[in-house]
Design a binder for this molecule. Sequence first.
Ligand code: ZN
Length: 504
Amino acid sequence: MDATESTWNRLIEHETETALLGSIQSLLAWDERTGMPPKAADHRAEQISFLAGKIHARRTSPEIGEWLDELATSSMVADPHSDRGATIVQLKRDYDKHRKIPQRLVEELSRAEVLGQQAWVEARKASDYERFQPYLETNLRLRREQAEAVGYGKSPYDALIDDYEPGETADNLRRVLGGLRSALVPLISELGEAPAPPSDACLQGYFPVDRQQKIGKRAAKLIGFDFSRGRLDETAHPFCTEAGPHDHRILTRYNVNFFSQAFYGTLHEAGHGIYDQGLRPDQYGLPPGTFASLGIHESQSRLWENMVGRSRAFWEFLFDETRQLFPDSLSSVSLDHFHAAVNVVRPSLIRVEADEATYNLHIILRFELEEALVTGALAVADLPDAWNAKYEEYLGVTPPDHGDGVLQDVHWSAALFGYFPTYALGNLYAAHFFQSAEQELGDLSEQFRRGEFAPLRKWLTENIHRHGRCYSPAQLLERISGETLSHEPLLNYLQGKLRPLYGL
Ligand code: ZN
């Protein structure tokens, strides 16, 4: 074996062991949020932070830097998109970035995240922005410092979003999200003035939890979530996690008086789970077996939740079964009525409760505000007024207080800046991907009507999942569609579906 080959083997062994520790950590975290006895919390926190320390030390260990420097000049990186090439290029990218952030800043940030979230919980309860303001100022100062340490092209915001969406920039987001906003604001007000808007009252009847579990599991299985490699449980804050290449766990939350919450929550998390299940198990823990970005991950959940799960064809297949399960609420409801109900658009104050169309505006205004905060164009003291003004301008609603306004999300309190746009990117990518899939697979509605979702799932696995991090999000999109990111596929999809449902 030559020297380079043995360096490669050392690197892979090291990364595989780090991934093993990571999967143990996520299993502990899953247990913490599902079935852990309350008094186990202290010991669990110790277990998790012990593992986190080990993982961090392994990721920043100087010997990896030496191995990566050697491998980066070898023939293995001749094709940076091959499994070996991508592994070396992406690990080196992460390593070099982490090494630029001083240890002192890493520690200050993790302390600020904890203190920020504690202060936020209290401030939100009391609807008291001023109580939260100094913590937000600290979080911003530390992230700006991070951006300076890591370096950036044009805007310090670019350095922050790069952690979630590699290669994305503030300029590009302004272009795409600005285009979406200009078209979406008038569309939503047009729907609001429609003479006979659909009603979603039928979704707010009585839906026994055991029956919701049954239909949710049925739908997740139908779209391709593999229950021999995964499970579905209940939690207060739904998410999706993995504890190994064949262990994918999705969580949802039930509301006995609202059908959409658990059903669409389950489809959404199943979409995330299907992405993870489509990654190559033999590359587990390595870049080719890791998701491409948060935006690409979100595109998979949104595609199944909205483009499939809110389509008429989907309900042509599943509505009879659903109606039989909930005779109290749905026996006199027609398919058309139900399909319109799950697509009702209604501007509202709270992001996590927003419908498919207005959701994007909640994200766009957060992006505009946080970018201005990071560059210093907006002072932290002026944030609540700027927040309220944008809600009025884009959605026509004004928060009654800061708790349901500027303090509603946890992200900024946890020093997450640059994270919000990935939610809107998910919708934008999903629309591009769905369009490309239809071009290649023919009329997908025809397949959905027959309950056939495997061709779409296989297409997604083939074109997206199995590439892991071998391509950047922009490269992945270019390979699939030949296009650069645009708001038009999403806008066309929303207009094409919503206008007829609102009689326009
Ligand atoms: Zn998601």
